[in-house]
Design a binder for this molecule. Structure first.
Ligand SMILES: [Zn+2]
Length: 226
């Protein structure tokens, strides 16, 4: 695929489906910005201290989704900045709710054009997700550096990517928080995906494969049909 204009890719997938890793690979492949919603929100929370932001910090720690209108405002602000630099992006974690989907899709169509927006769903079963999240360790410098304990990686070890990061279990990956996150996904994010399916189209990819095979299938699915 040749990009003549900045493109937008959206990855949908239950927490632990591998969207972060796939978004990173796709961003590198096409030279676009990897936009991690959770990271953008954390940066925003770290640099703002008004009462609304303080409230959202508490919500975030519980594994519950942040207030959609607040999230949408942060996401649209950052997206406009990237667009104004003439760049495309890969979303990793947006939209998460129907409210965000209904507002974000027209916003993106207006900025980038409908034909330059591709939504992709990584399909992974809940059982597989639980197994993955419970054994996941993530680099504290770059959450795209994600490894598994049964791959021989341990908490407290240095990140093999060589950035000096330390492998940790993410707070969001403890079993109780996982249940909440999966629940939130089913109740609140599924309707957002359905909205995209009805109003835009979503490419479905089997996410229960190796990282390389998922990436290959994504690239193949993005090729223009002959
Ligand atoms: Zn790292």
């Amino acid at each position: 695929m040749v990009m003549n204009e900045p493109m937008v890719f959206l990855f949908f997938g239950i927490p632990g489906s591998g969207k972060g890793t796939q978004a990173d690979l796709l961003a590198k492949k096409f030279g676009v910005e990897h936009f991690t919603t959770s990271k953008a929100l954390k940066e925003y929370m770290a640099s703002h201290d008004d009462s609304e932001t303080r409230e959202q910090k508490e919500v975030y720690k519980k594994g519950v989704l942040n207030d959609p209108s607040w999230v949408l405002r942060v996401v649209e602000e950052k997206t406009s900045e990237i667009h104004d630099q003439g760049r495309g992006l890969v979303y990793d974690g947006s939209p998460r709710t129907l409210y965000e989907a209904e507002n974000l899709l027209p916003f993106l169509v207006n900025l980038f054009g409908k034909e330059n927006i591709k939504a992709i769903r990584l399909a992974v079963s809940t059982d597989e997700i639980k197994r993955r999240l419970e054994r996941r360790v993530v680099c504290d410098k770059n959450t795209a550096h994600s490894y598994t304990t049964n791959g021989g990686f341990r908490i407290g070890e240095v990140c093999p990517a060589g950035d000096g990061g330390i492998l940790q279990r993410r707070d969001l990956d403890n079993p109780k928080i996982i249940e909440t996150r999966l629940d939130e996904f089913n109740k609140r994010t599924e309707p957002a995906i359905e909205f995209f399916e009805k109003n835009h189209g979503v490419i479905k990819i089997n996410g229960e494969q190796s990282v390389e095979d998922v990436h290959r299938d994504v690239i193949k699915a993005l090729e223009p049909k002959k």
